[in-house]
Structure formats: structure tokens, C-alpha cells
Design a protein around this ligand. Structure first.
Ligand SMILES: [Zn+2]
Length: 217
């Protein structure tokens, strides 16, 4: 259930799941690696850890305020970012219009003999360089805008999912839990001192839940 979601901070590896008869556990793939730097907690009991992580997710999902507050806050940030990116794009549009005017004037000056051919070439090179910069800058801003707007869609998906899943939290199957873990970006870290920290994309108001499970060899 927690496959690939548990990270050993000592070895920067992800724990692998193993089953033994009716029991299952998660193990660091490199418990004695890196020049005798052993894993503080090389083995985690599956049921116990899963119950802890589920309890945390359950708390988040069954407390609408936590998610709504988070969404409210993030949507606010997203809107501000979108607005500022759109302003930058609009100012690029103006810059490009000015750039084209400048080019037209240059052509005119050359035709009427007001600008020497050398001056014309020099100024034209500057105008073209600016246009390339504008086009690159526009692509960069557009890509940022796309990323921000995708983030917003994920957030709204989370709100819908909360409603859908909150009702059946008690009967959720393994696949449902995998879905919940991925929506909340659950990651379990085994710190170098052996403490187990559960990290979510959404901060819970209480301090993060840290507990230590004695390792079994
Ligand atoms: Zn390890």
C-alpha cells in the first residue's frame, strides 16, 4: 500500500515491500550500504505504519476546513501569479508593437536617405535581436502560466475528491488509499535518527506526526 512512498533519508532510497506469510513489512534496499552507514530503521512493519498514515489522511479528509483553507490560500496565490504573468505578457505585446514601429521607421529613413546604409543595418540588427528576446520571453512566461493553471486544476480536483472519498473512508480499498496518498502527495521519511515523519502536500495544523518504530533485523 505504501510502495515507493517511504524514503530512507540515510541512503536516499525508497523502501520495498515484502510479504512473509500473513505479515508484510517494508525494507530499505540498502540497509548496510555507504561505507558502514547502517540504516537506523531498516525494516518497518506494514500494518502499523499503514494505520498511522491512513489515520493522518483520514483526519485531513474528514476535516473539510483544512482542505478548504488550503485551497482558498493556494487559489489566492495562483490568481495573483496568473495576473502578474498576464500583465508581463501584455507589456511584451506593447514592446513588440513598438519594435515593429521602429523597424518601419528605419525602412522609411533608409528609403528617404535619412539613414545611411550602415546605420540602417546596425539599427536593424538591434531591432531583430530585441524581437528574438521578446519571443523567448513570451514562451517562458506562457510556460509558467500553463504550469500555474495546471496546479489550480489539481487543487480543485482535490476538493472534489475529498467529497467523494470522505464518505467511504472506512471502507476504502487499497486502490482508493493509493489514490488518496497520491492526491495528498504522502511521503514517509525515515530520518537519519530513525524517526518516521509523514509528509503531506497539505499541512495539518498540528505539528507533523513523528514517531519512532524500533527496527527489526
Ligand atoms: Zn536505508
Amino acid at each position: 500500500m505504501l510502495r515507493s512512498l517511504i524514503v530512507c533519508d540515510t541512503h536516499h532510497r525508497r523502501y520495498q515491500g515484502h510479504a512473509h506469510r500473513t505479515k508484510w513489512f517494508y525494507q530499505c534496499p540498502a540497509p548496510y550500504d555507504l561505507g558502514g552507514n547502517p540504516c537506523p530503521t531498516p525494516c518497518l512493519l506494514g500494518p502499523e505504519l499503514e494505520d498511522r498514515v491512513k489515520a493522518i489522511c483520514r483526519e485531513v479528509l474528514s476535516t473539510p476546513d483544512i482542505i478548504e483553507q488550503e485551497i482558498h490560500q493556494r487559489v489566492g496565490q495562483v490568481e495573483a501569479t496568473v495576473e502578474s504573468l498576464q500583465r508581463s505578457l501584455a507589456s511584451l505585446d506593447k514592446k513588440e508593437a513598438r519594435n515593429r514601429d521602429t523597424e518601419a521607421n528605419l525602412v522609411m529613413d533608409k528609403a528617404t536617405g535619412k539613414a545611411s546604409p550602415e546605420a540602417y543595418e546596425r539599427c536593424l540588427a538591434l531591432v531583430k535581436a530585441e524581437r528574438i528576446w521578446i519571443s523567448e520571453e513570451r514562451q517562458r512566461l506562457q510556460a509558467q502560466l500553463d504550469t500555474v493553471q495546471q496546479g489550480e486544476a489539481t487543487l480543485l480536483g482535490l476538493a472534489q475528491m475529498r467529497e467523494r472519498l470522505a464518505a467511504k473512508l472506512d471502507s476504502a480499498a487499497t486502490e482508493d488509499w493509493r489514490l488518496i496518498f497520491s492526491a495528498l502527495a504522502v511521503e514517509v521519511h525515515v530520518s537519519e535518527r530513525g524517526a518516521i515523519e509523514v509528509a503531506l502536500a497539505i499541512p495539518i495544523e498540528k505539528s507533523p506526526i513523528v514517531f519512532t518504530t524500533p527496527g527489526s533485523h
